[in-house]
Design a protein around this ligand. Structure first.
Ligand SMILES: *[C@@H]1O[C@H](CO)[C@@H](O)[C@H](O)[C@H]1NC(C)=O
Ligand SMILES: *[C@@H]1O[C@H](CO)[C@@H](O)[C@H](O)[C@H]1NC(C)=O
Ligand SMILES: *[C@@H]1O[C@H](CO)[C@@H](O)[C@H](O)[C@H]1NC(C)=O
Ligand SMILES: *[C@@H]1O[C@H](CO)[C@@H](O)[C@H](O)[C@H]1NC(C)=O
Ligand SMILES: *[C@@H]1O[C@H](CO)[C@@H](O)[C@H](O)[C@H]1NC(C)=O
Ligand SMILES: *[C@@H]1O[C@H](CO)[C@@H](O)[C@H](O)[C@H]1NC(C)=O
Length: 848
């Protein structure tokens, strides 16, 4: 070897070493993501994945880590979120990624917790979000047609897709770069509306697919509810059940991108719920039938702060009856039962992804799916999919009790570790700690010092006013810069004062009517039909009469074919008086004003709170009067949990805390009286209307104030009351503890050792498990009995067969954040007593 050769060899070696090193560093952090017919393949390994939707702007960034931690503890692998174009690009070309909209920070929070991300870029989001996530300026681009083959729309959509993909690339957020993003979505549920777009519809789908693929991201793309999603884009299922779904190509895995643990709420509509036994059944059936990724929509729903709620009439709470409630508390037994299910399925992961599946009938409405890696290494799902009859089935020589509408999971094809209808996890005594005055702190604002500002009842002469001929369309006119549009006109009554009939037709969503500055009517639509009409007897004065109509939006439509051009506002105004006949006011000149005077003045702002020319104080505060702004201050209760404003005594409006909008409220809009029932049978197919609550009541009276929005001094509360309410009835609530409960029976499956927290007792039996949130500790045991306790959580009393377990439970639990006690520790106490009785172990405790 010559010296020269030696040197170049050395240099080459160096290059190779450096290159190898560079590669190994890259490999350590990055993951390759692909898929085959069975599953998503991450770093060469097929995965069974549990996913949950958490939308970053629907809570405060301070809450993100806790929500993600609870998601992870709940057994999720993946967090799924939409990207909200209208807030990221409020003005064309001007981007915003701060505060609640700091997408990168949110994704990093997920990554730091060790979870993965499914990023649904869309950019159409739907999501019960204002205008489905489209910026309103898009509507005004000349020649645009949304979500179809239209070059104006397509170039804007492509630009935003590129913007987000570039952001992900720059921040190294894709899995191949060491980031958490393993899946990306383009469009959203277009298959549901494609029929309405004719031939350009399917062409648009192809274009959207090509455009996404041309972005060269290193992760697979998804199109949900898109039967014609072109290869290699994965078409996925959204629905209450997706076990019978098959992807449009045998090369694609079976994904369920929206599994609803409840449903959204709308003002004036009952609030939907879904029992956890049914959610668990649907999930277990999905994996039993070859599913591989399942996403709860929502796992944490949160709050539609400000004017982010979609429409019509989407409520401010986006709680969704999700496993984590609107305030970030774990909802039991939903969260815990699903966690147990996720752990049970995880134990079957190897069998599910690599085993051969066989299906066998076990009787009428009874079946098993068995996944075997080898003939003696199988996992099994046993299902009773009948909705009324329980059954004992024989499988591999053993007998299993399968309640109606349930699935049992047997990771070794023998031991049942979970059944979807046997809830052994912790329960709550109330749906929310706020529902009980033992765990709720309530500070009334009745004694507070209030100020007010009466809004103009008509056009105030601000620079947002103008005159136009005829009735203008509401959204086109306001460009959604405000919920409000004043329509004002005047007309002459030549004769004496006379009774007349005022008829108003509106396309939505609500309108407050003033004749000669007196309120004469209020009309409104509902979530299903935004349009409404009003017919009101009025008295016309002699001479000039003024008519001021305040048209209102409560969220811009977010769903449906061509939803983006859905109209709102007045379309006909007619005064019929019996002497001079019919007076069509619709086609006159009208004066308009976009927004309220108080909005132009910035009454919600902290800088204006001390301005005495804006705010009046005194003893004659207007109550139950339309269009009044109110202001006070409050001290936040101690603690670090969320705060809640009880607005039951108010009408309709919006509320701000320290200048930040906590959302619209509408306490006086009651849902229809019929349609709810006290009990909700988990058995049989469920949909959004199966289990309704709050019939005949307001859908929402409690409004979330994130803890990080308040400080230890005086916090400013401003309300814009539109219909009339009594602010003296407002109170600020906080959680001081929680009442928890656990019940297990001798027949329940024994959870595997690995599931149990590291606690004193360990045995092969079901366990009573208790855990407090917020760092609270168990301070009292209100019931602890073994045998045949009567009643249910919150109302337990000793049954005929009873062993008092109070001292045992007190010893194990008092002063602890959590505890678990095996049922076997109680059985000895009733060893020979009560033969033939299947015994239960029930505990009620207070955390504070
Ligand atoms: C994606 O890759 C193709 C082929 O290499 C290339 O032509 C195209 O410009 C790339 N697109 C982007 C957005 O980088
Ligand atoms: C299942 O078996 C148990 C124990 O033998 C029995 O008590 C129960 O009635 C059976 N249930 C059904 C639905 O057959
Ligand atoms: C709590 O509520 C119950 C019933 O709702 C009532 O009887 C009781 O007086 C209340 N306790 C307090 C301390 O307000
Ligand atoms: C109205 O006036 C405000 C400030 O007084 C200004 O910020 C706003 O741009 C004006 N609007 C129009 C439409 O001129
Ligand atoms: C709304 O504005 C668009 C675009 O300027 C226009 O084409 C449409 O006719 C308007 N609709 C109404 C109802 O005024
Ligand atoms: C108070 O509000 C009025 C009306 O908007 C305004 O003209 C005035 O400048 C404000 N005063 C202060 C001190 O901000």
């Amino acid at each position: 070897m010559t010296r020269k050769n030696y040197c170049s060899a050395l240099a080459w070696l160096l290059v190779v070493v450096l290159f190898e090193c560079y590669c190994c560093i890259e490999k350590a952090n990055s993951a390759s993501v692909s898929y085959d017919h069975r599953a998503l393949v991450i770093d060469g390994k097929r995965r069974i994945l549990q996913s949950g939707s958490v939308h970053y702007p629907r809570t405060s960034p301070e809450m993100w880590p806790e929500i993600i931690r609870k998601s992870k503890e709940g057994g999720l692998d993946v967090i799924e979120t939409y990207v909200f174009w209208n807030y990221h690009e409020p003005v064309r070309g001007q981007y915003y990624f701060e505060g609640r909209f700091d997408l990168v920070k949110f994704l990093r929070t997920v990554q730091d917790a060790g979870l993965m991300v499914h990023l649904r870029i869309g950019p159409y989001a739907c999501a019960e979000w204002n205008y489905g996530g489209f910026p309103m300026w898009l509507h005004f681009l000349p020649g645009i047609q949304f979500r179809t083959t239209n070059s104006v729309f397509q170039s804007e959509m492509q630009r935003f897709l590129e913007k987000i993909v570039n952001l992900m690339n720059e921040e190294n957020l894709f899995a191949s770069q060491g980031g958490p993003v393993i899946l990306a979505q383009v469009e959203n549920e277009y298959g549901n509306v494609e029929w309405a777009y004719g031939l350009p519809g399917p062409n648009y789908v192809k274009w959207a697919a090509d455009t996404a693929l041309n972005l060269n991201v290193s992760v697979p793309w998804v199109m949900c509810q898109q039967y014609d999603a072109p290869d290699p884009i994965i078409n996925t299922c959204n629905g209450f059940y997706c076990d019978q779904f098959t992807p449009n190509s045998p090369s694609k895995p079976k994904f369920w991108t929206e599994n609803y643990p409840g449903w959204f709420a709308a003002f004036g509509s009952p609030v939907p719920q879904r029992p956890v036994e049914d959610v668990a059944f649907a999930v277990a059936r999905f994996f039993e039938y070859g599913g591989t990724l399942q996403n709860y929509y929502m796992y944490f729903g949160g709050t539609n702060f400000g004017r982010t709620a979609g429409g019509p009439m989407i409520a401010t709470s986006y709680d969704y009856d999700a496993p984590i409630d609107e305030y970030g508390f774990i909802r039991q037994p939903k969260w815990g039962h699903l966690r147990d299910l996720h752990q049970a399925i995880k134990q079957c992961e190897d069998h599910l992804v690599d085993g051969d599946s066989t299906q066998q009938s076990l009787g009428y409405n009874l079946e098993a799916h068995v996944y075997c890696i080898s003939s003696d290494d199988c996992a099994a799902f046993l299902a009773n999919y009948g909705s009324s009859s329980d059954a004992n089935v024989t499988f591999n020589g053993n007998t299993y009790f399968l309640p109606a509408w349930s699935v049992s999971v047997l990771p070794d094809s023998k031991n049942e570790i979970f059944n979807t209808a046997k809830v052994t996890t912790q329960r709550s005594i109330h749906d929310s700690p706020l529902a009980s005055n033992t765990t709720r702190n309530e500070v009334s604002l009745g004694e507070s010092s209030w100020s007010w500002h009466k809004e103009e009842k008509g056009i105030s002469g601000s620079n947002n006013s103008f005159t136009a001929h005829g009735l203008l369309e509401h959204i086109n006119t306001t460009e959604d810069t405000s919920d409000f549009l004043w329509y004002s006109t005047s007309f002459v009554n030549d004769g004496q004062a006379i009774d007349a009939l005022l008829n108003i037709e509106s396309l939505g969503q609500a309108a407050l009517v003033f004749l000669n500055k007196n309120r004469v009517a209020f009309g409104f639509g509902n979530h299903d039909i935004a349009a409404f009409s009003l017919s009101q007897k009025v008295t016309l004065v002699e001479g000039t009469n003024t008519l001021d109509i305040l048209s209102m939006m409560v969220g811009v439509q977010n769903y449906g074919p061509w939803f983006d051009v859905q109209k709102a506002g007045l379309v006909a105004v007619i005064v019929a008086d019996f002497s001079s006949g019919i007076n069509m006011l619709s086609s006159r000149d009208w004066d308009y004003q976009v927004g309220l005077n108080g909005e132009s003045l910035g009454l919600e702002k902290e800088v204006n709170a001390a301005n005495s020319s804006l705010w009046t104080q005194g003893t004659d505060m207007p109550i139950s009067e339309s269009l009044v702004w109110y202001k006070t201050t409050f001290r936040s209760p101690e603690g670090n949990g969320p705060l809640v404003l009880d607005l039951a005594g108010m009408g309709k409006g919006e509320a701000w805390v320290n200048g930040q909008s906590i959302g619209r409220y509408w306490s006086t809009y009651l849902s229809p009286a019929a349609g709810c029932s006290d009990t909700c049978d988990y058995r049989g197919p469920h949909d959004a209307k199966s289990c309704l609550t709050k019939c005949g009541q307001p859908s929402q009276t409690l409004y979330h104030i994130p803890r990080s929005w308040v400080h230890s001094g005086d916090n400013l509360l401003v309300l814009r009351e539109e219909l009339g309410g009594d602010p003296m009835q407002i109170s600020v609530l906080s959680h001081t503890g929680q009442e928890i409960c656990s019940v297990v029976s001798e027949d329940d499956p024994t959870p595997p050792e690995s599931w149990r927290p590291n606690m004193e007792f360990r045995s092969q039996s079901p366990e009573v498990r208790l855990k407090c949130e917020q760092g609270w500790r168990i301070t009292s045991i209100n019931f602890a009995g073994f045998g045949s306790p009567e009643g249910d959580c919150g109302r337990f009393t000793p049954g005929a067969c009873h062993a008092d377990m109070l001292s045992v439970v007190q010893k194990a639990c008092i002063g602890q954040e959590g505890c678990s006690i095996p049922l076997s520790s109680a059985t000895a106490s009733l060893a020979e007593a009560c033969p033939g009785v299947s015994k239960r172990f029930a505990v009620e405790a207070l955390c504070s």
